[in-house]
Every structure is written in C-alpha cells, then in structure tokens.
Design a protein around this ligand. Structure first.
Ligand code: IPE
Ligand code: IPE
Ligand code: MG
Length: 249
C-alpha cells in the first residue's frame, strides 16, 4: 500500500458524499501484461484497497464498489471460481485492518447463489467491521440494477397483497426503502474505469442524477490520485437536478 502522496485540500467545495465505482478492465490489464485474466482480478484487489483508503482520506462517507454483476455469472466457470476465491480471501485478509481504520464493509446483492464458505467470509467481514463510522463501503456482489428493482417490486407487491399498502400511495421513498441500498443517499459521483461509456446494469434507480466520470485507466492501475482527480472534477460541476440555476446577482 502506498501511503505517501498527501491528500489534496478539498475544503473549497463539498466532497461527494457517496461515490460509486464500476471497477472495469481487469481482463484487459492482464492481457496487456500477457497474464491470465485471474491475475488481472488479483491486481484489481490491490486497487480496491487503494481506493478505499483514498476515499476515507478524502472525506467520502459512502463508497459503493461494483465487484460482480448478475450477468458475470455467465462467464467461464474457472473465472467465476477465481473471483469468488479472491472475494473470500479479500474479506478474511482485510477485515482487521478495516476495523482498525474505522471502516465498515457491507456486501449487497443476491447472495443466494454464492458458495457457503464465501457467504461465511462475507458474514465475518460484515460482523468485524460493523462499528466502523469513518467510511461505509458497499461491495456489490451478484448484483444488477434490474434484478434489484425486480426484488423491490415483488416486496412492494407482497405488501399490497397483504393489504398493508395502497397501490396509489406507493411513492419513491417506498421503492427506495425496498432496494438493497435502503437508507443510503443516491451516489453523487459514479466513476467507471477502462473507458467504456455504459452503465452495465448498475444502480439504475439510484444513478438518476449522479455525475459521471469515465476514465480510460484500467481498474488495476487506478490509484487514490485518480480518485482525487475525479473528486476535484466533481467539485467543478454544476448540478441542476432539472431546475434552472439562479441568475448571478
Ligand atoms: C472487471 O474487469 C471485473 C469484473 C467484471 C468482475 P473485467 O473482468 O470485466 O475486465 P475486462 O472488461 O474484460 O477488461
Ligand atoms: C461491469 O463490468 C460489472 C463490474 C464491474 C462488476 P462488465 O465487464 O461486466 O461490463 P460490460 O460487459 O463491459 O458491460
Ligand atoms: Mg469488463
């Protein structure tokens, strides 16, 4: 870990409270180095460590990392196994340091297809870090935006069927509360690495007014300096949320 470069002074304007990241490009990074894809994922794990510490230093409150999508289950068995093994390893290796740094980790998504040892490791990291209050890290695993919205829709439909909820009363707050990200503010900033200009089924509901930052950097090469650069660029954006800016007086 490189704890060397100083954190820039972000005090001039607000730091994004919630940063989401589509961590893409591990396979291409490995290909560039003539290594198997798995080595790209291993190097990507180092970048996860780097971005978590950078986010804590920058004063970000919530960091949501897209680690494995619902669609990624259609990758070759060998690659899925390697990714699951890395997730288990990451959870067990990092949990104590994360607790010491006052960082909380939660894993969100449909965890039912995960093998028991992986789910156990997830339970251990969540339990070990649950008091962390400096930064909340959401690792999105076996997650996709559409699947999440479907699960939320089913849960609201169940409440309607039980007579607990009137369909005409369903509002955005009800749907928000039924999502995996229940209780969290929407991301202010979304970073996607590897230069792809797409959302790839990530947080479809929550990203409605999120600022997008797309960088050509491949995920294993992403450092805290890249994160700081994205935060600085965010600070220069004007967010209007569909309204008009009040004219300068
Ligand atoms: C991101 O890197 C990691 C996961 C999606 C699990 P990729 O594995 O998608 O790498 P590329 O896009 O093939 O380079
Ligand atoms: C998005 O990357 C999913 C994760 C980063 C976990 P993908 O590599 O799966 O997305 P596509 O195929 O480029 O859209
Ligand atoms: Mg990819």
């Amino acid at each position: 870990m490189t704890d060397v470069s100083p954190t820039p002074d972000f005090r001039a304007s607000p730091v994004p409270r919630h940063v989401a990241v589509i961590m893409d490009g591990n396979g291409r990074w490995a290909r560039e180095q003539a290594l198997p894809r798995q080595e790209g994922h291993r190097a990507g794990m180092e970048a996860v460590r780097e971005v978590i510490h950078g986010a804590a230093e920058a004063g970000v409150e919530i960091l949501t990392l897209f680690a494995f999508s619902t669609e990624n289950w259609f990758r070759p068995e060998e690659e899925i196994m390697a990714l699951m093994t890395l997730l288990q390893l990451y959870a067990d290796q990092e949990k104590d340091e994360l607790r010491e740094r006052n960082i909380r980790v939660r894993v969100l998504g449909d965890l039912s297809p995960l093998a028991a040892p992986v789910r156990d490791a997830i339970r251990r990291i969540e339990e070990t870090t649950k008091q962390g209050s400096r930064l909340l890290v959401n690792l999105m695993v076996s997650y996709s935006g559409r699947a999440e919205i479907l699960r939320a829709t089913r849960s609201l439909a169940r409440r309607v069927a039980l007579g607990e909820l009137d369909p005409d009363d369903i509002d955005e707050a009800d749907l928000d509360a039924a999502l995996d990200t229940c209780g969290l503010p929407d991301p202010d900033l979304l970073i996607r690495t590897s230069g792809e200009f797409r959302i790839s089924n990530f947080m479809l509901w929550q990203l409605a007014y999120t600022e997008l930052h797309i960088t050509p950097v491949l995920w294993p090469d992403f450092t805290r300096e890249h994160l700081f650069e994205a935060v600085c660029e965010f600070q220069r954006r004007e967010r209007r949320f569909g309204r008009v800016t009040s004219p300068a007086s």
